[in-house]
Design a protein around this ligand. Structure first.
Ligand code: SF4
Ligand code: SF4
Length: 396
């Protein structure tokens, strides 16, 4: 590749940014492939086990590449950071009556990874045409071994808030990040150095599981509803289940309360991110009782499929228990007796314990007589104990 003259690269950078907007990206900045300055912060997060079951984050290759972006082929000379606004404003249809399921905003339409990759390929084609020669690249839509938010901050897009989201001063944090590592030199933008959270602690105060560590800009995934409802494949910690409320896929609370979102979030008219009408927010009982075939058909293009049918049915059981949805007792009993997945049966048992009705206790006792899986038997026993303790707790 010929060395590009500075004037040419500066002009190219401006044209890339303008074209990124044409393609639907809401912001574009450029940074260098230098090592991220706060790598040790991330390493401490890993060492403290806060990545929970996301072991891929701690693999030797991921850690090496995160520390040295030049290990990712091609050896990039610049990184184009892209933000995409997905804020939809209010949902298109009113929330159904409780009990209902809540889904994080970014999952209100089809899987965004394909959309962002398609747009990045279009941007790359524009770059190659402008350069007049092939330009090697690597693209990621939140899947790469990179400290994406830190790179976006270094590319001048915004600052990392106490909720660990990238916040843009005139757009808030309802944005998806993606990036193109480019084997072509481009002038880097100035980093965004201000921290505009100030003394605000709204996100920390609102988090129902105390997952945001005050003063550390870290989230303990082991307590975060987003992790628990999407990535966790085993049991959800019993202590945290009531706090999940009605969330079955992700959680938006620490963004919903952020004053920068309240003030600056702009509703998008990008069809790829508008909410489906109706929203993919199923009734909790329907989700709990869905078959594998129904689940595959309903969510085949949706981000919800990442949690898998067993994960979403488990989450639905937890939400029904957290909301003490007495009307869902037959559905929970059916799941306890018939679901093929031991995890779903175990969480249905917990939910019946939260309902605590005489019928729930009878169903739990009957299930204990026939259930073989130790994990489910343990949950049934704990649920019956919970019912017994609740019966002896005086009401005020
Ligand atoms: S996504 Fe929800 S659970 Fe996770 S840190 Fe934010 S408010 Fe807390
Ligand atoms: S809620 Fe307040 S502290 Fe949290 S990210 Fe927003 S501005 Fe920062």
């Amino acid at each position: 590749m010929l060395e590009a003259a500075p004037a040419r690269t500066a002009d190219l950078a401006n044209r890339i940014k303008a074209h990124a907007r044409v393609l639907g990206f809401s912001a574009c900045g450029i940074t260098t492939p230098e090592p991220p300055p706060h790598l040790s912060h991330f390493e401490k997060w890993l060492a403290d086990g806060m990545h929970a079951g996301m072991h891929y984050l701690a693999s030797a290759q991921a850690r090496a590449r995160r520390a040295n972006t030049l290990l990712i082929p091609p050896r990039s000379q610049s990184i184009i950071m892209l933000a995409t606004n997905y804020y939809q404003g209010e949902p298109p249809t009113p929330q159904p009556a409780a009990p209902h399921a809540k889904v994080a905003r970014y999952a209100w339409n089809d899987d965004y990874h394909h959309t962002l990759l398609d747009r990045m390929h279009a941007l790359h084609a524009f770059i190659e045409a402008a350069c007049g020669e092939p330009v090697a690249q690597r693209m990621y839509a939140d899947t790469g071994p990179l400290l994406e938010r830190e790179l976006a901050q270094r590319a001048g897009l915004g600052w990392i808030g106490k909720n660990t989201m990238l916040i843009q001063p005139r757009a808030g944090s309802w944005t998806l990040l993606s990036e193109i590592l480019l084997a072509w030199p481009l002038p880097a933008d100035q980093p965004f150095v201000a921290d505009r959270c100030g003394s605000c602690t709204r996100c920390i105060d609102a988090c129902p599981t105390q997952a945001i560590l005050p003063d550390e800009r870290r989230i303990d995934s082991r307590r975060c509803i987003s992790y628990l409802t999407i990535e966790e494949r085993g049991a959800i910690t019993a202590e945290l289940r009531p706090a999940l409320q009605d969330w079955v896929f992700g959680c938006d609370i620490c963004q919903d309360v952020c004053p920068w979102n309240e003030r600056f979030a702009q509703a998008t008219n990008d069809a790829a991110f508008l909410a489906r009408d109706p929203l993919p927010e199923p009734g909790l009982e329907a989700l709990l009782l869905s078959s594998a075939a129904q689940f595959s058909e309903t969510y085949k293009r949706s981000p919800l499929k990442r949690a898998k049918r067993s994960g979403l049915a488990r989450n639905a059981a937890v939400a029904l228990g957290a909301q003490r949805a007495q009307a869902a007792q037959p559905a929970l009993v059916f799941a306890l007796q018939h679901d093929d997945d031991a995890g779903v049966r175990a969480h249905a048992a917990w939910a019946l314990g939260q309902l605590g009705s005489a019928a729930s206790q009878l169903a739990l006792q009957a299930a204990l007589a026939s259930e073989q899986a130790e994990v489910v038997r343990g949950e049934i026993a704990a649920a019956l104990q919970h019912c017994a303790a609740a019966a002896h707790t005086p009401t005020v």
